[in-house]
Design a protein around this ligand. Sequence first.
Ligand code: S3P
Length: 451
Amino acid sequence: MKNVDSPTLRVHRSEPLRGHCRVPGDKSISHRALLFGALCDGPVQIDGLGSGGDNLSTARALAALGVSIALDGDRARVDGVGLGGLAPALEPLDCGNSGTTIRLLTGLLAGQPFTTTLHGDASLVRRPMRRLATPLRQMGATIDGRTDSAKPDEIYPPLVVQGGRLRGIRAVLPVASAQLKSALVLAGLQAQGPTEILEPGLSRDHTERMLRYLGAPLVADPVARTVRVDPTGWDGRLRAGPLVVPGDLSSAAFVIVAALIVPDSDVTIEGVGLNPTRAGVVEALKAMGADLTVEVTGQAMGEPVGTIRARASRLRGIRIEGDLALRAIDEVPALAVAAALAEGETVFADLKELRVKESDRIAALVRELGRAGVFVTEQPDGLTITGVAGNGGTLAGGLVQPMHDHRVAMSGAILGLVADAETLIPADEIATSFPTFGDVLTALGAAIAAA
Ligand code: S3P
């Protein structure tokens, strides 16, 4: 299926999905491979790199900062310039739709002796940045952002980062956020003295794993939820080495849920990242009664990688909250579709952060499930979904409104695989993280076509 040229997907009730597939490289790990590769002391080869729009935003921004990057499909060669080798960008950096790009770059640029402006698309310019600016200012950087009279305490992109000499701090984060934690780690590597970061919950730890692999002076304590960076006595060099990015579990989640809900499906996904700080979706689906077989087959840069087999299952509602919700934060749009097809109620709670993702995902899921005829209620920090399995309900098709959010678009598409009428999805945003979404699913037998 050619979906690259087509902005709309047409989805119909599907025959069983069957076969083996792979998904593109993990988006979070790909950002870090590009960024940390650029800071290495020589050329770095990356394999399995994600080719979604967000990762391209990071690659372009680094190129604008003077880093030579040659992209070739899912491979890249990054000519690392070292922590002190970036050049001032001639123009503002366009971070597109990518929160990880803008936040990690802001942390890095806070320690660089020049000024950079970072901006993004209509979604990114509405995402909160004060959480990042506050600790970076304490470290000595000057960060300005756009203000909005509707929320006078907050700042938003465009951000202007005036970098310089930083001092280490002890930062107690107001939210568990890998973007924020990683930005402070990058600033901490350039600071005088140690930086200690304490999170209220353990967010994904790809930065810690990859930087340790590259030889950075970093100690993480997942139980205490702290990361300590101490560049004192460090030679400032990250050792260049080959980087291998596993498949993206967040993309796989849509394939897994599609296989669980389309009757008689049996799908195996190979080469998927299974980092436990990210694998809440597997735990949650198993607790819902999903027939999932997960096997760890290897490691890449300290990250477990493996195979997931998903077979169509009778699902039941559960509560997804606390640490489990944090470990499944990006998979809530996929899990909401599983919940819509389950028997009984699924309660999603402790997910206030979903309000400030690529869209307000709580509002978007309430709207999209409601459009399909699912009974759903909205809470400030989550939503409650009554699955149609228990009440013999059917699902309507219709037009999905992604609101600049790739994951809202993809959850609308997989819901369409079990709907009674056609579902139409404006698909531009899907390429943000999973450009081969339509191709992977149609190869498994899904009734998805480009319109
Ligand atoms: C990401 C961290 C998470 C996640 C996002 C990617 C990362 O965001 O939702 O999709 O790569 O560090 P927060 O750190 O804001 O929670």
